[in-house]
Design a protein around this ligand. Sequence first.
Ligand code: PEP
Length: 254
Amino acid sequence: MREPLIAGNWKMNTNLTEARNLVRAMLGELDGIAHVEKVVCPPFISLPAIKELIKGTSIELGAQNMYFEDKGAYTGEISPLMLVDLCDFVIIGHSERRQHFTETDEIVNKKVKKALDVGLRPVLCVGESLEDNEAGRTDKVITGQVQAALAGVSSTSRLAIAYEPIWAIGTGRAATGKQASATISLIRSTVVSLWDNDTAQAVRILYGGSVTSSNIAEFIAEPEIDGALVGGASLKANEFVSIVNQTAAIKSTQ
Ligand code: PEP
């Protein structure tokens, strides 16, 4: 049985004060919810402060990105070695990084390898564009992204994958539970073919794209969907708490 995982991607939102306030607003309730792994991913500059705030609770911390080198002349970048003391998780290959910062599959692959090497737990994001979706290329694109990102990566259940169709991110137009479940099954089969069945069964595969407290139940009801990567709704304490609460309730009955 895979423990469900709900991760909040705050993106480039919240200054230090706002980040602290957001965590304070949900800390008590979130901490009390068992059998769901709860992760918040604030901007880099807030990681040390949030690490202090969540100390001793069941809430975990993630970064939204990292570079694939340890150190050196890479102005503006953040090394995995800087993160490893601060957080457990790191989002890799988010579609916004692929779109706005020209992250290629090759870069994503390097980042996944490096994150695992230093002991971080990557949440690898994959997702097709609207154009690919409408042209019936979803399966091909997703399989290709997973294969490229995991090329040469040793099998491990420390990886999580988030299926995030680009057309669903921040648009209010979520996939359906059935659509997401079908693509997530395909992702798991791809992981089986790259690694082995036992490891693939242990890897958590999440859905992301306009998840809210109103639609989370539809995704979580699908046994193949192990949780969610939540953007906009993770910036509202009551929304995020409700998403985690519903996940705990529904997964406990499966
Ligand atoms: C995301 O940022 O990964 C995401 C899924 O965003 P949203 O929930 O706002 O669509």
